[in-house]
Design a protein around this ligand. Structure first.
Ligand code: GAL
Length: 410
């Protein structure tokens, strides 16, 4: 670039840029569905407006596919500038190995401790008193998304809770619908089980099992009814031959399926399809039984880089992700709730308002990633993949295996 051109480029960026040197930053994440892509574009837009450039490193196929790739790049000496993980313990070993940048200075200067709610989100970013990530949203899994059209076609009222939904399955089937849409990515079956657990056995049982690793409770009668419901869910989802979660959401959007148990990121898909909460679809937090939400979600980590300009730009991106404007723009598209309590979400739809209301009441639990190690969760995942794909495994067999996993979990 000639000196003159360089000067011009620099001058035109001056108004926007707060960095001395504008740089490209590669950011990896697994947000590739329509709603997710729309949301991540808000981050990119805001970052590009600083004069730097967001180089999008989307990895298709959900967290289960993306995380090993991200981790091997970081441990293999080819780090990206920033990367998504879920809130919790997924990046613990990378932090312990000194591969992640300490953001404590930025967090302190920006007053994150006073702004982030619930405080568990920042705690999940903290190791030995130092802050290593920026929580960007609150995503909860405890939702049943229902297609109003599917129930209309089947001639039954839109259910208000899990039991009514299960009771409507024969009518849905008669109308040619799959009662429960379920994708085949491993985490989706585990998610469905965890949501059933919180709804039917209650949030305390969930926290005792995943947090305190209470194997007796996991093997006991309260959990037996959850496993029976999981068996029911398995039968209701037979025939939903889709892989990705958003393909399953699409079955609900188009009325081919009655409902889907899925995190609130499904809202991004309904929004992209132009559907309206309450009119086209209905959402039941806590399956209409126990209205609590899990304050899981996504956080961005910044691998240690040797390049000074990139390191400075990382800091800018971290601040920006937490800024009020970006928090609102991103979360409205993502279907998640902002991590700051001091922003207004007037544009929130009915389902997000339900989520905000539950959050305000303090009816929250932590996500499995915050409570259990990644290794133990992989074992749980494997069990539910097998259970949902093998009708010959009874509820009782699966429960016994689950209790054994909990007994040795950390
Ligand atoms: C979760 C993530 C969400 C959403 C979902 C499906 O792990 O927290 O943001 O993207 O995966 O991809």
């Amino acid at each position: 670039m000639s000196v003159f051109k360089h000067f011009l480029a620099g001058a035109s960026l001056l108004a926007l840029s707060t960095t001395a040197n504008a740089v490209d930053l590669e950011v990896t994440h697994w947000w590739t569905s329509g709603g997710e892509a729309a949301a991540v574009a808000e981050f990119a837009k805001a970052f590009d407006a600083t004069g730097n450039k967001w180089v999008d490193g989307a990895i298709a196929g959900s967290g289960g596919t993306a995380r090993p790739i991200m981790i091997s790049r970081i441990t293999g000496g080819d780090p990206m500038a920033a990367t998504q993980f879920n809130h919790g313990r997924q990046a613990e070993e990378l932090v312990e190995a000194g591969l992640m940048r300490d953001l404590t200075d930025i967090a302190t200067a920006e007053g994150w401790k006073d702004k982030v709610r619930p405080s568990s989100l920042l705690d999940s970013c903290t190791l030995d008193g130092k802050i290593y990530c920026v929580p960007v949203n609150i995503h909860s899994q405890q939702w049943l998304w229902l297609s109003n059209k599917a129930f209309e076609d089947a001639g039954v009222a839109v259910p208000t809770n899990w039991d009514e939904f299960a009771a409507a399955a024969p009518a849905l089937e008669k109308a040619g619908k799959i009662p429960l849409a379920m994708g085949q990515q491993p985490w989706q079956t585990t998610l469905a089980f965890q949501v059933l657990l919180v709804a039917l056995a209650g949030p305390e049982a969930y926290s005792k099992i995943f947090g305190e690793k209470d194997a007796e409770l996991a093997g006991g009668p309260d959990l037996a009814k959850v496993f029976e419901a999981a068996e029911q869910a398995r039968a209701m989802s037979a025939g939903s031959n889709v892989q990705d979660w958003n393909q399953a959401t699409n079955m609900v959007i188009t009325g081919q399926a009655g409902g889907q148990i899925m995190g609130d990121w499904a809202q991004g898909e309904f929004a992209v399809a132009g559907q309206v909460a309450g009119t086209d679809y209905t959402c039941l937090p806590g399956l209409g039984v126990n209205e609590v939400i899990q304050t899981g979600g996504d956080a961005f980590y910044f691998p240690v880089l040797k390049d000074e300009a990139k390191t400075a730009a990382q800091g800018e991106l971290a601040k920006l992700m937490m800024s009020p404007e970006v928090q609102v723009a991103f979360n409205l598209k993502k279907g998640s709730l902002p991590v700051r309590g001091d922003v207004s979400l007037d544009a929130a739809n009915d389902c997000m308002k339900k989520g905000l209301d539950i959050l305000a009441k303090g009816n929250v639990i932590q996500s499995p990633d915050q409570l259990m190690s990644a290794d133990s969760l992989t074992q749980v995942n494997d069990l539910f993949v097998e259970f949902f794909n093998t009708p010959s495994i009874t509820a009782a067999d699966a429960q016994k295996r689950f209790a054994d996993i909990v007994a040795s979990a950390d």
